[in-house]
Design a protein around this ligand. Structure first.
Ligand SMILES: Nc1ncnc2c1ncn2[C@@H]1O[C@H](COP(=O)(O)OP(=O)(O)OP(=O)(O)O)[C@@H](O)[C@H]1O
Length: 308
């Protein structure tokens, strides 16, 4: 028998004034899954997360988080989930250990020392436990914040842009920790703007204008986009970008240092657009699947057109 989803919400809707900020959002997240939420700023990711963890009452829709009703049992959900917000409060003049002990005290947790020890151990903070939080780099602060929301041993973590502004190495380490937690059966819903992080999720949802526009594994989203992508490499590849963008078969051009990604859904027409340049000796052409970033930018453009 398959276990019931840890998050199972249907048609969640939230309005602020006359503005519909989340519109009929339905998702299911299985136990031990890392589900990534992506979408432009202001698309409704935080609002959706807050409804799923009982912090905000939806205006429409229904669902369960950890088997609890998101409207009727909101208070119980709040106690059961670990929620890491974009801006988390740490006391800079307290050590790592003191910060964790303080959080455990405010929430009146039992077995305080044991819980703090377990969180320090779990997040690799034992050796730094006496270091002042104010002296930590961004990556270690993030890890401390994660340790703080693990103290009450939640089975579900809701992480709202947990690595914003953190360097790539620290983000990678943070994600290794998230994967370890997921392997232990903890479910994680995480919002991010970083593509390398999106690729590390088991499944992804792309939200724009409050609507879930795509939902699936990274490979499924790439396949369903219907995009074909040519990579053009060479020092002068960038010079073609402006011209190709004008071609009707070209739906998306992404510039990199010495290469371009040129994407479109009509493969023969796309090839026709590139044909006049393919004899150029300084350029190398190869074709294949789009990168996840191409897929999301394409989705964002399409949704902007649809909602205009
Ligand atoms: N309490 C509130 N009152 C009024 N409007 C709000 C409130 N909270 C959010 N909004 C609006 O709802 C929309 C969605 O915001 P939300 O924070 O959910 O987006 P987001 O996708 O998390 O954005 P970001 O990536 O910038 O964090 C925005 O237009 C925001 O201004």
């Amino acid at each position: 028998m398959t276990a019931a989803p840890v998050i199972d919400v249907e048609a969640l809707t939230k309005r602020f004034g006359s503005k519909v900020v989340v519109d009929q959002l339905s998702i299911k997240v299985a136990k031990g899954e890392i589900y990534g939420f992506l979408g432009p700023n202001g698309s409704g990711k935080t609002t959706s997360i807050r409804m799923m963890c009982g912090l905000l009452t939806p205006d429409g829709g229904r669902g369960h988080t950890l088997g609890l009703d998101i409207v009727k049992q909101a208070a119980a959900i709040k106690r059961e989930v670990g929620y890491m917000t974009q801006r988390f409060g740490l006391y800079e003049d307290l050590s790592i250990r003191e910060n964790l002990d303080f959080v455990a005290r405010i929430y009146g947790m039992d077995r305080r020392t044991q819980r703090v020890d377990a969180a320090l151990e779990r997040l690799g903070l034992v050796e730094r436990q006496k270091q002042l939080a104010g002296s930590l780099s961004g990556g270690w602060k993030q890890r401390l914040a994660l340790a703080a929301c693990m103290l009450h041993e939640p089975r579900l973590l809701l992480l709202d842009e947990p690595t914003a502004g953190v360097d790539p190495k620290a983000r990678r380490d943070f994600w290794d920790e998230i994967h370890k937690l997921a392997a232990e059966g903890i479910t994680v819903l995480v919002s991010t703007h970083y593509m390398d992080e999106a690729e590390r999720c088991h499944r992804l949802g792309y939200i724009a204008y409050g609507r879930l526009l795509a939902n699936g594994t990274p490979a499924e989203l790439v396949a369903r986009s219907g995009l074909h992508t040519w990579t053009i490499e060479g020092a002068k590849a960038g010079e073609l970008a402006a011209e190709l963008e004008q071609h009707p078969a070209v739906e998306l051009v992404t510039r990199f240092g010495n290469s371009l990604h040129v994407s479109g859904r009509d493969a023969p027409a796309l090839q026709g657009a590139l044909a006049p340049h393919q004899q150029c000796p300084d350029l190398r052409f190869s074709n294949g699947l789009p990168a996840l970033e191409d897929v999301f930018i394409h989705l964002m453009r399409q949704s902007a057109d649809n909602f205009r």
